[in-house]
Design a protein around this ligand. Structure first.
Ligand SMILES: [Cu+2]
Length: 413
């Protein structure tokens, strides 16, 4: 574009504008407003500035569309701020969720900063007409700048590391005084849950531990032909002697899963709970997705140098939560499910008392006695005869409300 002065001294004269097209080869004439600006001696808007405003407009539209989609999808702010993190039911899960939220926000701030710098550079520092084949101003070897962009990422990493360690310590924290201690025994391919120690809501304690036993008690006998006759022999255990095989706990009140019944582990809300883990055979993993936590369940925990205990500060709400084995442990690993049934502390006390007084009663009967749905509502036992395709039926019940209607908890101490 070229502006030529007409005759006269140039101050009052009109300006004749000759349009040659812009730098990207289009032939759009300048707008009327720009023409007026030019007539009064102003400079034409650079093509880069025009494309920058176009980009800003498009980004604005995209952001508005994003927020609109979020609002229309019905996601509440809390869910949106979790950035895909599942809602847990323990304070530990909430803390991990908060760490995730802030980590994503940090990453987004860094991302927006980097994207901003990239777009700012490619928008405002393009090769200008008349400057072809020239390098822009070089800023290499700027020591303060280089020190800053080396130090800043280290600071960010250090801060993220600090908060990760703080949350990890919270998740792994163990109190000396858990209100409920549960013995969890995994075996191919089910679970056994026993109540080791309980402090009732009125402060009275219950000691449920009975004895340590052998893994064989949970396995089918290993029979071999010895000297022409069938004989029961120990299972192989990495060459270890029989005397180290007594690590499995057995309690007075136990719930054992079978191929016809999902074991339901009844636990109270609002109480600190400890889980002691041990496997009778191979490595399993105890996982309740809503706890957002899983830990390997090892045979011979001591010899394998594992920390086989963990605690949750509390379960925040009542309901049914599916539990799974999260370590490939053999043929029916994927069917190794259980259910955590979180009930009020008062109902939990009544449940333990019922089971203590009625040692021959089934878990289903005990659940019914405390007005709870007597079967699992989150999963079903594996159909060994493969009559179904393995899907969990949708009509098992409401996992959010497992109380039986029109029922009063009768058992009391
Ligand atoms: Cu398993």
């Amino acid at each position: 574009m070229r502006a030529e002065n007409g005759p006269g001294n140039g101050k009052e004269s009109t300006v004749r504008v000759i349009w040659h097209g812009n730098s990207v080869g289009t032939t759009c004439p300048p707008s009327e407003r720009e023409g007026v600006k030019l007539a009064h001696g102003g400079r034409p808007r650079a093509p880069q500035a025009r494309s920058a405003s176009r980009i800003t407009k498009r980004v604005g539209i995209l952001v508005a569309l994003g927020f609109g989609a979020l609002l229309l999808s019905g996601c509440d702010a809390r869910t949106a701020m979790r950035f895909g993190w599942p809602a847990g039911v323990t304070p530990e899960a909430t803390k991990m969720g908060d760490l995730w939220t802030w980590s994503v926000i940090t990453a987004l701030v860094m991302g927006i900063l980097v994207w901003g710098l990239i777009f700012w550079t490619i928008t405002f520092h393009r090769n200008k007409a008349g400057q072809k084949d020239e390098f822009p101003r070089q800023t290499g070897y700027n020591v303060p700048l280089e020190l800053a962009y080396t130090a800043v990422p280290f600071v960010i990493i250090a801060v993220l590391f600090y908060f990760t360690v703080v949350v990890q310590n919270d998740v792994e924290r163990k109190s000396d005084d858990p209100k409920v201690v549960v013995d969890v025994t995994a075996f191919q391919w089910n679970w056994k849950f026993g109540y080791n120690k309980i402090e009732f809501t009125d402060g009275v304690t219950y000691d449920g531990f009975e004895r340590n036993g052998s893994p064989f008690e949970l396995q089918t006998p290993n029979v071999e032909m010895v000297g022409g006759a069938e004989e029961e022999v120990p299972y192989p255990a990495g060459g270890r002697d029989d005397d180290v095989r007594d690590y499995l706990p057995f309690d007075k009140i136990e719930t054992v899963g079978s191929s016809t019944e999902i074991p339901i582990l009844v636990l109270p809300t609002e109480r600190r709970i400890q889980f002691n883990l041990a496997a009778a055979d191979v490595v399993h993993s105890f996982w309740v997705p809503e706890f957002l936590f899983k830990r390997d369940v090892m045979p011979f925990p001591k010899q394998n140098h594992t920390d086989n205990q963990f605690q949750v500060e509390q379960i925040d709400r009542t309901g049914a939560f599916v539990g799974r084995c999260a370590e490939m442990c053999g043929t029916y690993h994927s069917m190794m499910n259980f259910e955590v049934r979180a009930v009020s502390p008062a109902k939990f006390d009544a449940y333990i008392l019922y089971r203590d007084r009625n040692p021959l009663a089934t878990n289903a009967e005990a659940l019914q006695a405390i007005c709870e749905v007597p079967h699992s509502v989150t999963t079903v036992p594996f159909e060994t005869r493969r009559k179904t395709n393995g899907d969990t039926p949708s009509d098992l019940g409401d996992a959010g409300n497992t109380s039986l209607p029109d029922c009063t908890v009768g058992a009391n101490r």
